[in-house]
Design a protein around this ligand. Structure first.
Ligand SMILES: C[S@@+](CC[C@H](N)C(=O)[O-])C[C@H]1O[C@@H](n2cnc3c(N)ncnc32)[C@H](O)[C@@H]1O
Length: 250
């Protein structure tokens, strides 16, 4: 379980830490996870069936709204920021057909993604500077993008209809704060290092999207983060993962 022990109100107070996303520990995890996603065993099928029964459509809770969003998107290009080696793409693959799909992530994730998926997915380490994406996805990534206000402005400019945000701890009320997270991949003993995260206040996040021309049309809490925040003063603990769908204002 991720645990947060620090609070910084300004990024200048936070330590300058090297990125954990290119370390041997993280690369070893993504190689392992990529192998697991591409070699489906009978045990995996049984687990998948249990997941279908629990969450519907075989997609975990943070992914399940995407089925409907992919259908609404009607094959327009998709942009997946922090999309790893294409893990979200692989989970959505059956629904996507030939939909153009672009992943923005670090060099190692892109390298492994290209090995696994060839040119079916476009992998790049920088945000596109042009183009229009019918559906933009930000899963498990927003907290690591520290300059998130200009980032959201750029993402909004590239998005023509829907932006889906999920699996990032957000503070239900109050201002943003920064903390430090130890990055330990699920089921792995070794730490990939620590990194500074920005926990956005919900109202601030919604305000950034509104300034980019996007309205919040759906928001659902999927996981309380109160336990992970239990070392922080009480007023900072009210955090959770939400599935949030933003739609371009008409
Ligand atoms: C916790 S992983 C999420 C991976 C996967 N998409 C998922 O849903 O589990 C966070 C991902 O965000 C990426 N990331 C971190 N900072 C980023 C940034 N500024 N721009 C794009 N991706 C970033 C990392 O490389 C990593 O792949």
């Amino acid at each position: 379980m991720a645990a947060f022990n620090h609070i910084f109100h300004d990024l200048s107070e936070a330590p300058d830490l090297p990125s954990p996303w290119e370390t041997p520990q993280w690369v070893s995890y993504i190689n392992y996870y990529a192998g697991k996603l591409s070699r489906v065993t009978m045990a995996d099928r049984a687990r998948e069936l249990a997941r279908v029964i629990r969450f519907g459509n075989g997609l975990p809770r943070t992914m399940s709204p995407l089925k409907e969003l992919v259908q609404r998107n009607h094959g327009a290009p998709i942009l997946d920021v922090g999309g790893g080696f294409g893990d979200n793409f692989i989970l959505l693959r059956k629904l996507l057909g030939d939909t153009p799909y672009t992943v923005v992530d670090g060099a190692e994730s892109c390298r492994i993604g290209m090995q696994l998926l060839g040119d079916r997915v476009r992998f790049q380490t920088d945000m596109p500077t042009e183009g229009q994406y019918g559906l933009s996805i930000l899963i498990g990534t927003l907290q690591y993008i520290l300059d998130s206000t200009p980032f959201i402005s750029a993402l909004s400019g590239l998005s023509s209809d829907t932006i889906f945000v999920s699996r990032s701890p957000l503070r239900r009320t109050g201002d943003d704060f920064y903390s430090v997270q130890e990055i330990k991949a699920h089921g792995q003993a070794d730490s990939a290092g620590k990194c500074v995260v920005r926990i956005r206040g919900v109202a601030n996040l919604v305000g950034d999207f509104a300034r980019g021309g996007f309205d919040l049309v759906e928001m659902k809490e999927v996981l309380s983060y109160r336990d992970q925040m239990s070392a922080l003063p009480e007023e900072y603990r009210d955090c959770a993962y939400f599935n949030m769908t933003f739609r371009k204002s008409r």
